[in-house]
Design a protein around this ligand. Structure first.
Ligand code: GLU
Length: 432
């Protein structure tokens, strides 16, 4: 059982989408279920509408799920399990105030030592706990032994008890922390493999320790995906436009191209251009590199051009929102434009009212000739006839011809463009 567990706290980051794609692929390969779990327990950070947006985005990418959970609906289980841990003395109520903890953190910092919880409330007598009216959090006692787990990408990882520490599982407002809710839900939902970004590596021993403390014995496997760096080699922050899936889609990059690109990152694939469905037959988690991947917009745009060329005409026309069959022309223009937005601009320039500039007189003559001329198969014959009909020569012929047909004085070779433009030439000639 695989799962994708996004928080509805912001725009979906490409790192999250990569985790979703890979979880989905692995679930398909193993013919097991895929869970979508919305991790909404941090109420203050939730953003209205993001849950729906996540679902819409996943659907656009062809990712479907068999089970859907909203984490906050499991609150009663989180509380029950926390109580169980407290009653078994595996967890304890901690009354230390924020201020007290901050002072201790400052002191550790001043001594250049990492801060660790000092156990102040760990051995309070039951009565002291029950009679204390102050707000409290619940901490899980740190493990006695090192926690080890196997990662398909990173190999075996081991964390010492000191580095896991006695950490908070329930906040003072009686809501679970991320680690607790996540570990309990993965257990209740029967997840068997967790694939997520490597920023979660340090959470994994905590989550393992939570489940072990609850006597859950089913082994969990992991793959922590290397982070995606930006083109300057720094961690790609959520604020960078390119890192937002929504931004990439709004820029006119096809979901299939984004998916293809994200699966190419740090991977050895048998081919460069593929669909998510095709990747099911060969994707291998263990081929992913341990090293951070570097985001390369140029490469993504190249992949996008290839995906545009592979679309069938009906789909491409629908994406271009046109009633005409502009798909062949659009595919031809991928030599100059990489996204749907850029392609629309190119096509709009062709069908827009043209600015004739210094060639006004010639353009008018040429349009009349275009209305009369026969649209020959081949560009050379078409050109000869047009020269004869218009009486224009050299620059005074080519420049106006480009302007009338494309709206621009430069662009692809007319010989190559002609067959794609042919179905529209009469319409362009009539345009004022
Ligand atoms: N809600 C967490 C996140 O979006 C989930 C991490 C995980 O997969 O456990 O980062």
């Amino acid at each position: 059982m695989y799962r994708f567990a996004p928080s509805p706290t912001g725009d979906m980051h490409i790192g999250n989408l990569r985790a979703a794609l890979i979880n989905y692929l692995c679930s398909k390969q193993e013919k097991t279920d895929f869970i979508l779990r919305i991790e909404d327990t941090d109420k203050a950070r939730n953003i209205a509408g993001k849950e729906e947006e996540i679902k819409e985005i996943l659907k656009l990418f062809g990712i479907s799920w068999q089970h859907y959970y909203v984490q906050s609906e499991n609150l009663k289980f989180h509380r029950q399990m926390a109580l169980k841990l407290v009653s078994e003395k595996k967890a304890f109520a901690c009354f230390c105030t924020e201020e007290e903890l901050n002072t201790k953190k400052e002191a550790a910092k001043a001594q250049n030592k990492p801060y660790r919880y000092d156990g102040t409330c760990e051995n309070l007598q039951d009565n002291d706990v029950l009679e204390n009216e102050k707000p409290f959090v619940i901490r899980l006692k740190k493990p006695e032994k090192a926690m080890k787990f196997k990662d398909f990408i990173k190999g075996e990882l081991c964390f010492e008890p000191e580095n896991i520490d006695s950490f908070v599982i329930m906040r003072a407002d009686k809501t679970p922390t991320y680690n607790f809710a996540c570990a309990v839900d993965d257990m209740l939902e029967g997840v068997s493999c967790i694939i997520r970004g490597e920023d979660h590596v340090s959470n994994t021993p905590k989550q393992e320790h939570i489940r072990a403390s609850l006597n859950y014995e089913k082994p969990m496997t992991y793959a922590h995906l290397p982070i995606i760096l930006n083109e300057e080699g720094q961690k790609m922050s959520k604020r960078e436009a390119h890192s937002s899936v929504k931004w990439l889609l709004e820029s006119g990059i096809l979901p299939s191209a984004v998916a293809n690109y994200l699966l190419l990152l740090g991977n050895k694939t048998p081919c460069e251009i593929f669909t998510l469905d095709e990747a099911i037959s060969w994707f291998d988690l263990q081929k992913l590199s341990k090293a951070p991947a570097r985001f390369d917009l140029k490469k993504l745009l190249q992949v996008n051009r290839e995906h545009i060329k592979r679309l069938d005409d009906t789909s491409l026309n629908a994406l271009l929102k046109t009633d005409k069959n502009l798909a062949p022309l659009a595919k031809f223009y991928t030599q100059e434009a990489s996204t749907l937005v850029e392609l629309k601009e190119k096509l709009e320039a062709i069908f827009a009212k043209k600015a004739y500039g210094e060639f006004e007189k010639e353009c008018v003559i040429l349009k009349e000739a275009l209305e009369k001329c026969e649209l020959k198969e081949n560009y050379e014959e078409f050109k000869q006839e047009l020269i004869k009909l218009s009486g224009l020569r050299g620059k005074n012929f080519f420049m106006p011809l480009r302007i009338v047909l494309t709206g621009s004085t430069h662009g692809p070779e007319l010989t190559e463009l002609y067959p794609y433009l042919k179905p529209f030439i009469k319409e362009l000639a009539r345009k004022v």
